[in-house]
Design a protein around this ligand. Structure first.
Ligand code: ADP
Ligand code: MG
Length: 394
């Protein structure tokens, strides 16, 4: 058991909080505040407990140098709005000026440090950078579930030098994902979609041992169709993963797990919104055409039947190129079916969460994870470095 906020005394203490403010920006404005909102329970708790709150996050990929358009100022502004309170902002994450700003904080005040990835030491998990960060504070809290799969200075390195605990969002994510992986009510169904088999192999390998049904859709289904000996035309495939797909299907059959690959698919003559499209049986994809949505009529019927009887469903990866309305049908219908079912539903993955929002059923899901890569690593059955590094309850 990892320490949580309730295990620490914060009054008058400088607390370095790793948050996930890796938010989408456009023209210097935050376009989606979901991640900032998700960190509010921890931040508000620390304010109430009269801590001096130092927040740190990465934002985008500045590559270890200062990038003006990746400063945290827009996030600070958004946070101040949401807290209805002043949020101070530092122009670096370490150094004399930052140290002074931290030392000058009064109880209950909030200071957002600059983008951690402006320092190469962040991604390199450099002890010098971690030490410099740690020297700003008395305690460390990690609330950035979305970054917990990375062993960086702000997620792992810093824990060497400060007493540490998990924040409320981190705790909520670990509980929600842990519950389905450890104690799923059955039938337990996993739906895996998305573009690349290589991203999802370890997840599929781990889930096969746990689920009753594994629905494979989206781009990754094409590689499984190829493994079955079907022609897939110009569809996105990973030739070098065909053998592996075969092995996975054989293993699943051996242990009595149903890998459900699409019976029919929506194909298009071009990867474009205005392409010509139609539904065909999965073994009838003509040369020159590509499968862009695995939610054909028969496939969807089958998915809905499985979901209707399911007690637990985890979903990672859209069933089609949902960014184009023409190929979003399968994904949207699946989201709606999930919303109507009584199953406990857990969604992982940024694009999957976006698709759930487009379908307008976010409030019907049991849990939508704020971490894409982190939730995948969790479904792989691996321990997240940013979690492992936190102090255990004695
Ligand atoms: P998540 O972010 O939920 O983990 P992924 O990033 O793995 O999901 O996959 C999302 C991407 O997969 C989307 O951009 C979508 O367009 C793409 N995709 C889904 N189905 C197909 C397909 N049949 N062909 C090509 N790309 C696909
Ligand atoms: Mg994605």
């Amino acid at each position: 058991m990892k320490k949580t906020l309730k295990d620490m005394d914060f009054k008058g203490k400088k607390v370095l909080v790793r948050v996930d403010f890796n938010v989408p920006l456009k023209d210097g404005k935050v376009t989606d505040t979901t991640r900032i909102k998700a960190a509010l329970p921890t931040i508000e708790y620390l304010i109430r407990e009269e801590a001096k709150v130092l927040l740190i996050s990465h934002l985008g990929r500045p590559g270890g140098e200062v990038k003006e358009d990746l400063r945290m100022d827009p996030a600070a502004k958004e946070l101040a709005n949401l807290l209805n309170k002043e949020v101070k902002k530092a122009d670096d994450s370490i150094g004399e000026d930052v140290k002074n700003a931290a030392d000058n904080l009064k109880n209950g005040e909030v200071l957002l440090l600059e983008n951690s990835r402006f320092h190469a030491g962040e991604k390199a998990n450099d002890p010098e950078y971690a030490k410099a960060l740690a020297s700003l504070a008395d305690l460390y809290v990690n609330d950035a579930f979305g970054a917990a799969h990375r062993a960086h200075a702000t997620t792992v390195g810093v824990t060497e030098y400060l007493p540490s605990a998990a924040g409320f969002l981190m705790q909520k994510e670990l509980n929600a994902l842990g519950e389905v992986m450890e104690n799923p009510e059955r039938p337990f169904v996993a739906i895996m979609g998305g573009a690349k088999v290589s991203d999802k192999i370890d997840v599929i390998k781990n889930l096969i041992k746990k689920v009753d049904y594994l629905i494979v859709g989206g781009g990754i289904a094409n590689t499984f169709l190829l493994a079955k000996g079907y022609e897939v035309g110009d569809s996105l495939v990973e030739e070098d993963k065909v053998e592996l797909a075969k092995e996975l299907m054989e293993e699943a059959e051996k242990i009595g797990v149903d890998i459900v690959i699409p019976e029919d698919v929506v194909i298009a003559d071009d990867f474009a919104e205005d392409a010509e499209s139609r539904i065909v049986k999965s073994d009838q994809i003509p040369a020159g055409w590509q499968a862009l949505d695995s939610g054909g009529t028969e496939s969807l019927k089958k998915y809905k039947e499985i979901i209707k009887n399911a007690k637990t469903v985890i979903w990672n990866g859209p069933l089609g190129v949902f960014e184009m309305e023409k190929f979003a049908h399968g994904t949207i219908e699946l989201a709606k079916a999930l919303a109507e079912s009584d199953a406990h539903s857990v969604i992982g993955g940024g694009d999957s969460a976006a698709a759930i929002n487009i379908a307008g059923v976010a409030d019907k899901m049991s849990h939508i994870s704020t971490g894409g890569g982190a939730s995948l690593m969790f479904f792989e059955g691996k321990e997240l470095p940013g979690v492992a590094a936190l102090d255990d309850v004695e």
